[in-house]
Design a protein around this ligand. Sequence first.
Ligand SMILES: [Zn+2]
Length: 67
Amino acid sequence: MKLKKTRKERKCYSCKSLINKGDLYGQKSIALGEKVDGESQTVEGMYTVVHYMRIPVSMCQCCLENK
Ligand SMILES: [Zn+2]
């Protein structure tokens, strides 16, 4: 994991602590939802295809090193 210096304040996704300007942080992509891409699901009678989304999150140095 390569750490970058942030140019703006961020919040750590894992511990919710603030990552201050100039601090090191890492970016990780996490999966949103538990369904596999393309899996179908019936929600309130409607047939929908659930997509497995990945979103990038910021994490502080501490959390990235203590996996
Ligand atoms: Zn953290």
